[in-house]
Design a protein around this ligand. Structure first.
Ligand SMILES: Nc1ncnc2c1ncn2[C@@H]1O[C@H](COP(=O)(O)OP(=O)(O)OP(=O)(O)O)[C@@H](O)[C@H]1O
Ligand SMILES: [Mg+2]
Length: 471
């Protein structure tokens, strides 16, 4: 079942899966980075606040209690902060105790700052508040307790401490603690985008590169199917897997070639060996007394001889490995028409060529000529005319049409006539002769050139054989 959005190509599917995986990894990485950044920024924030608060506290603690209120107004504090002195313990409403980790960091920074023993705070409260987020650090000032509490063990049944305690005086500093913004920095955004793009490009590049051999293999198989004799071997180089595939492919191609060669050899051997007995039979027929029977036998033997000759030619064509050269196609077509005209002067008027003056293509000239000659002969034999038209198609293809004035071919037979020895009844009735190999040979040759032949009936009558060829 094909899923929606599922690409058709292997490359597309692989790229999609890898990109999806890459996106998940990037998202996870981004998440981890964010959590880390937030934690680091919080620690940094707490250190800064602790240091700045302990400095303020030292200033306040160092002066006489009655001057402290006046100092608060002049104490330089960061904007957004607020300081207050209160004789009551700090109120807890709308605040929450800071988590242990935060308290440890704050306490460590305060202790690390180094406060003389006489100025050490009597108490420290660390709380947080939300909306807006802020820290509230409250220090109990050292000398606010005028009479120190006497060391007195508090026994379970002891009377309450009779000595009144001076209430502690608290210095509270409120500092805003905005949420850290881990993605704020432009460097981070740029780096993330560059990383993602690089990853994506690498995935595209690697997958395309990895799949090149698959395309090469498909092309090679296609070429082998078209032209077994001349298809080049795959290079047996590269990574182990490719070498294994190439070796397997080349072995298969060699076996197919051997099989075709054996079959061709068999056909030609039979054809060749039949020639001698046919010649002997012909000689013997000469001695027959019955004239009518003799002539009939000689005609049959002539037909057999022609069939054997055609079979041998067919075998030769399959085995042919002619070299590809650059030829001028219009010249070749005109030569074919001239020769056909010479052979049948009465039809010379029915031969015509229409197309460019010159057009160079790469082809095996003798084979190509044989293929076109076969089609021209058919057109003359069954259709009394041969009109050739050469047109150049886009995308490097040319087209040769061979048209005649004959009865055409029933649509159902337009493919079967390409089979070896296939002839239609009409041609038998017309006693045109022939072995039924012409079209088969022609198609073999044209396919070996990377093209094809198709037959179709024209609207006004007559058959059109269309050759398409890559150039
Ligand atoms: N132009 C045509 N018009 C009508 N029928 C055709 C045409 N060309 C081919 N045919 C039919 O297709 C059959 C096969 O053609 P093919 O060229 O393969 O063999 P052939 O002409 O009979 O023998 P040969 O081997 O001598 O060419 C022919 O026998 C004929 O019936
Ligand atoms: Mg023919």
């Amino acid at each position: 079942m094909r899923l929606w959005l599922q690409p058709r190509s292997l490359a597309g599917r692989t790229i999609l899966i890898l990109l999806f995986g890459f996106a998940v990894i990037q998202a996870l990485g981004l998440g981890i980075h964010t959590v880390n950044q937030i934690n680091l920024a919080r620690i940094e924030q707490q250190r800064v606040i602790a240091t700045q608060d302990v400095i303020i506290y030292r200033h306040v603690a160092a002066i006489a209690p009655d001057q402290r209120a006046a100092l608060l107004g002049t104490e330089p504090i960061p904007s957004g902060d607020a300081i207050s002195l209160s004789s009551a313990a700090p109120a807890h409403d709308a605040t929450y105790p800071l988590p242990l980790a935060a308290r440890q960091i704050l306490r460590a920074s305060i202790i690390g700052y180094g406060i003389p023993p006489a100025l050490r705070p009597r108490g420290l409260e660390m709380r947080g508040a939300t909306n807006p987020p802020r820290y509230i650090l409250s220090f109990a000032l050292p000398d606010s307790q005028a009479t120190p509490a006497p060391l007195q063990p508090e026994l379970p049944n002891a009377a309450p401490n009779p000595l009144p305690r001076t209430p502690l005086v608290w210095l509270s500093i409120v500092s805003p603690a905005p949420r850290p913004e881990p993605w704020r920095s432009p460097e981070f955004g740029t780096a993330f985008i560059v990383m993602s793009l690089l990853g994506g490009v690498m995935i595209f590049w690697a997958v395309r590169r990895l799949l090149v051999p698959v395309r090469t293999l498909a092309l090679a198989a296609e070429r082998l199917g078209r032209d077994v004799a001349n298809a080049p071997d795959l290079p047996e180089t590269g990574p182990v897997e490719l070498v294994t595939a190439a070796v397997a492919f080349n072995t298969m191609a060699a076996r197919i070639r051997k099989f075709v060669a054996d079959r061709t050899f068999l056909i030609t051997a039979i054809g060749h060996d039949l020639r001698t007995p046919i010649t002997r039979l012909k000689l013997r027929a000469e001695y027959m007394d019955d004239d009518e029977q003799r002539l009939k036998m000689l005609a049959d033997l002539d037909e057999m001889e022609a069939m054997v000759a055609a079979t041998l030619a067919f075998g030769r064509d399959i085995a042919a490995t002619e070299a590809v050269t650059r030829i001028d196609l219009p010249s070749l077509l005109r030569t074919i028409l001239d020769e056909a005209g010479d052979g049948m002067p009465e039809r010379a008027g029915a031969l015509s060529y229409d197309g460019p003056e010159h057009l160079a293509i790469n082809a095996r000239p003798l084979s190509l000529k044989r293929a076109i000659v076969n089609l021209v002969n058919n057109a003359l034999k069954y259709g009394d005319a041969a009109r050739l038209r050469l047109t150049q198609q886009d995308a490097g293809r040319i087209q040769i049409d061979i048209e005649d004035n004959g009865p055409g071919i029933p649509a159902a037979d337009s493919e079967t006539v390409f089979e070896p020895f296939k002839r239609l009844e009409i041609s038998r009735n017309r006693e045109t002769g022939g072995s039924g190999l012409g079209l088969s040979i022609a198609r073999n040759i044209i396919r070996a050139h990377g093209g094809d032949i198709a037959l179709s009936n024209m609207r006004g009558g007559g058959l059109r054989a269309r050759i398409t060829l890559p150039v």
